[in-house]
Design a protein around this ligand. Sequence first.
Ligand code: GDP
Length: 451
Amino acid sequence: MQSNDIIAAIATPPGRGGIGIVRISGRNLQTIVEAILGSIPPPRSAHLSHFLDENDQSIDQGIAIYYPSPHSYTGEDVLELQGHGGPAVINLLLSRCLHLGARFAEPGEFTLRAFLNNKLDLIQAESVADLIDASTTGAARCAMRSLQGEFSATIQALVRALIDLRMLVEATLDFPEEEIDFLESARAATQLQDIRKKLEHVLRSSRQGNLLQEGVNVVLVGQPNVGKSSLMNRLAGDDVAIVTEVPGTTRDTIQQLIQIEGIPLHIIDTAGLRETTDIVEKSGIARTHAAIRKADLVLLLIDSRYGLTDADQQVLQSLPAGLPLLTVSNKIDLVSESARIEEEPGKPMVYLSARTGAGLALLRAKMLEMIGWQSNIAGEGMFMARQRHLQALSKARTHLDNATAWVESGGQLELLAEELRLAQLALSSITGEFTADDLLGEIFSRFCIGK
Ligand code: GDP
């Protein structure tokens, strides 16, 4: 995966802006730097310069910053050209770099090189992408903490504790007749319990971070005119009304994004699910169904005056079984009911009015509770975890559970050693110490170009 060639990309978004940046990275950039700037500028300082074409004519004048290896983002030589932010100028600069031997960078390739050159571990590299993609300020803060190494340090501490325990067990393997006494005197069971407890804590904090990053999918069910749009607008508040619209085919939207306490909620509107023979609309419906399969919560909106209708029942029956369901009885202002939650087991119902706003806070709190958000963990202690991290943490936990079972019931010491080894392997895959090349390819391909 290590490559020796020179990569270049436009690092700023397409379009016009005050500044546009072209970034180049490679093992040895001296020739390119000299060709473009006419000389090698002092390292890591802003240097006003003309950017020259092959005839030594100025393409643009701007700031050049040269970062000789190893003190750069990628660990290689890096040159950043900050020119005027118009597409023509920036494309000319990029073409100049390509003519001088650079090639187009793949998405995330700068960060991949930073990872391969040990500038960042895998968690930090992923948090670069998460920071760029963060759709809420909470998610951005959380990604920044990961980038600064908090999540990595916690995982590394767990790995170190596991290595200590493994050393103990592996050493005992050499003296089988003394094994149990030795392990007991070294308090192996206590150490194991301690690691297990810490892992559980990390897993909890990571789940919260994952909610903040990926959000949850909420299916909105409700007949026309029960107040779905009114409720969505209320939930979105003044903040960010609808920040994303995924275009449907025959309807304007099938999915909207709102946020509650910084958690992104992807609302999938099942109004797009009506029976149809139209082929275009059918494909929209198929997509809605695919989105629904990934849903975490169903929100059923009904009109307080009429209650649950047959049509609602039909849609509910078409949804995957076992999805948590929250029923919202809207328009209580028309029937003079009070805002409240009724908690029949498994069938919570919130009474509210989207028009007056009564009961909205109850709905927000209930939704957060149902998707597993714990505001007491939120904030400082939370880790920006991806599904990949959660899976690795769960895998490590399973192996630690097996190890605990071994300690409780006894058995072949080799099995305990193996469970601990597998737990360590799972944890190390999070920071990227033992990570297959194809996984790296997958992770970095989701970056934007120029990062
Ligand atoms: P949708 O078709 O389900 O999206 O419903 P809308 O949000 O468009 O609402 C339909 C009508 O019901 C509109 O005239 C709304 O103003 C009205 N409406 C929505 N929520 C309430 C409510 O809580 N109380 C009252 N009185 N009217 C509401």
